[in-house]
Design a binder for this molecule. Sequence first.
Ligand code: ADP
Ligand code: F6P
Length: 511
Amino acid sequence: MSTATPTFDLVIAANRLPVDRVVGPDGEATWRRSPGGLVTAMESVMRGREGAAWVGWAGEPGEAPEPFEQDNIYLAPVPLSEDEVRRYYEGFSNDTLWPIYHDVIVPATFHRGWWNTYRDVNRRFAEAVAKVVSPGGTVWVHDYQLQLVPAMVRELRPDVRIGWFNHIPFPPVELFAQLPWRRALVEGLLGADFLGFQRTADAENFLRACRRMLGMTTKGDTVVFTPHGSGAQERTVRASAIPISVDFRGLDQLARTPEVIARAKEIRESLGNPRVLMLGVDRLDYTKGIRHRLKAYEELLHDKEISPPDTVLVQVATPSRERVEAYRQLRQEVEATVGRMNGEYSDIGSPAVQYLHHGYGREEMAALFLAADVMLVTPLRDGMNLVAKEYVACRTDLGGALVLSEFAGAWHELHQSFVCNPHDIAGLKQTIMYAINTPEPERRRRMKALRRRVADHDVRRWAERYLEALEMAPRKPQRQRLQHDQAEQTAHSEDRANRAVADLASETGGR
Ligand code: ADP
Ligand code: F6P
């Protein structure tokens, strides 16, 4: 029997596989959905697609499990030793790059040893990719953990097309310049044919880094350079913004199911049917502005602008990167603050803040979104923030209000939200009260516009646009084709939005 490794026309490379392997106390191994926006988005793009592979880490140190198939996707686990998890994942990715790429909200740590391991692990990913991609196939690399992979894959497999998408911000050159390995990172990325970013500002930051730090020439959204090595030919790489999104249709349908609607009602009942239910859903990450949000909320309680049981805040704080010191500190601080607020402002049976430190299924998340009158999305810096878009997609009833930080990528698309600057606590308090007190017709008008935007620019369209840009790079995709797609999308989404309104009218007896 042949044991040759199968090959695929499309290969995704991301730090994590869509599922994590978890070993329970009884020694039994199970697979659980991996955390984060990257997996949420890519999982819906890949669902049902044939002839594709996903190369990534299975979430636990040690030997990698054998490759396996899930939902028609070939999953190829990459092993990371305990030491590599500390140096490559917790160290260089999340304690060096993450703070630099998020405005240095906490100081970045620089260790040469971490960099060496980052390079070694990126090489391992590149080799795993090179093994499974078909001749002339497409490789789509994701995020800041794998910035050296594009050039490494090109070296091993010059026959394939290579794209990279950054799910997080790309920093201004003044911050990027702090990295002792800045040149190697840019050269690693320039192994790609197309580099995708969340915002135009991110793509511009990257192009500026090419000019200022490597003396390269940029022309519009392309960079022209000659790679090292004898006989290397001039290359042109395109860097442009293609903002990521959510599975609007899937979430919209899920939020309409009787089970989710009933569960949303049950959640409200179990909280004593508050007049205002506020919700925060974030990985427990210092970029998400949870401390600022709690401060504003605590002051509103103190000022008696709000009080339980009339108003309740549910904060879902998803466990994340728990061995990195800044994350440990954040957890301690957040939990101490919640404890203090509840001690001060709760009554028996009516907490001021309901704090939940768990992962949930899609249905429960949709029910929470549907139950929440005000969604608080207040990051200090965030590449996109899919939670904001998921909330909008779940509000089939046109209810709810989205308070959104201007420092989230999502704000650049969701202008009808209630915008806030989370650093301005007085302003944040005002925005929260404004969102609560805005009359229903105005809230519905805003939600309708938000839904139209997310419906028009859903994750499927994002993936199509990305893959088309990659195929055409360094040229831009043909305008005509884009216009055709746009027209088609608009027609679909108008239809969907109209249906949403019609459904609502019928639910409320046309009132
Ligand atoms: P990030 O990628 O930084 O974590 P995003 O907001 O872009 O932030 O994406 C987070 C994703 O994780 C969303 O799809 C959200 O629904 C999901 N998520 C967040 N917290 C939980 C949780 N406790 N249980 C299940 N899914 C969660
Ligand atoms: O979007 C940023 C990101 O790091 C993604 O790579 C990932 O989906 C998510 O946040 C979760 O982080 P981690 O993989 O470190 O748990």
